[in-house]
Ligand binder design. Sequence first.
Ligand SMILES: NC(=O)CC[C@H](N)C(=O)O
Length: 381
Amino acid sequence: MAYLVFMDGTTFAGEAFGEWENYSSSPTAREVVFNTSMSGYQEMITDLSYAGQILVLTQPQIGNYGWHHEENEADKTRLQGLIVRELSQGEGSLHAEGALEEYCQQHGVQGLKGVDTRALTRYLRDFGTLSGVLVKSWEEGKDYWQVRKESSENLSNCQLNHTSTLCKDEHWVYRSTVKEVYEIPGSGPLIAVFDFGVKRNILRSLQQRGYRIMVFPAGSTAEEILWQQPRGMVLSNGPGDPSELPEIVDTVRQLYSKLPVLGICLGHQLLALAAGGETYKLPYGHRGGNHPVLDLRTGKATMTSQNHGYAVIDDSLKGTGFEVTMRNLNDGTVEGMEHETYPVLSVQFHPEGAPGPEENEEIFQRFTELVARNCPRKGRM
Ligand SMILES: NC(=O)CC[C@H](N)C(=O)O
């Protein structure tokens, strides 16, 4: 048996799978979050926005189509733990290169299976996102929290490293002009991607529009990016609390008035902060494939893919030049904004899906229009 133990003593029992050896000497409390998507476990596990978190999947059978590298959203996973009800070996899938269990073992994910994930999700919904610790014995979990309470150590901050380019792919061209910048060739205008843990499907969505892409690591400066003369910039998704990234916010502040920008999820939050807005932590976040969002301009509602724990405070956008353009139909939270004068827009959800609905492609289309409008005519490029 193995256990997920919360600070109040609530315990969920299951069976260990994946990699436990490296963690058993020093168990660490991590934020426990749930995702309600029915499929797409591989995309979720390799979505770097989950770095340092323990992910609970509510779909009761996970692993049933195995593992295939083409479905990875990054080269690696930085997920701490994965909690499922039934773990399938994926024997029925012809496409699979291996089983999910093997992947977790090889890539350092602590797994817990046989858990009543729906009861666990109800617990998280009732109490909000909480930190839990994965341990091999209940006593170990209890003692762990006892020590933590006494030492009054801050549990809310997982130290996440935003400074590396995380999504390198073998066939992409390596450029060494500015730190570790990767270029993806294309015949269209150059788009800079500010990489805080970018998902491959964001890059693919840009690639499909013919753009030449340069992926800049999170530590890049505004000068380094502008020196390459990009025609537009995408601020990527990524892990953690956006308000803990003041240096990146400062860089975004220097950039967003200078070129067309599309912010996605963390990128959207950073943009709001850069403009003088504020963010807050949602009770238990939005993670799933069926979150309805209303476009306030067109009156059209779409289903969106989401994975975030923070959101932009509506009123804080007043006087920033940003207008709220989209809202979540479940709880009214800000889902999109656009600048009144600059060609800058952002969304809290994931227009690239992966996993989830692909009906929000028009966000990339809108960005494409803004880039085209802003590009110098032929001959002056
Ligand atoms: N997917 C993301 O970019 C997540 C953004 C941020 N880390 C949040 O949880 O709100």
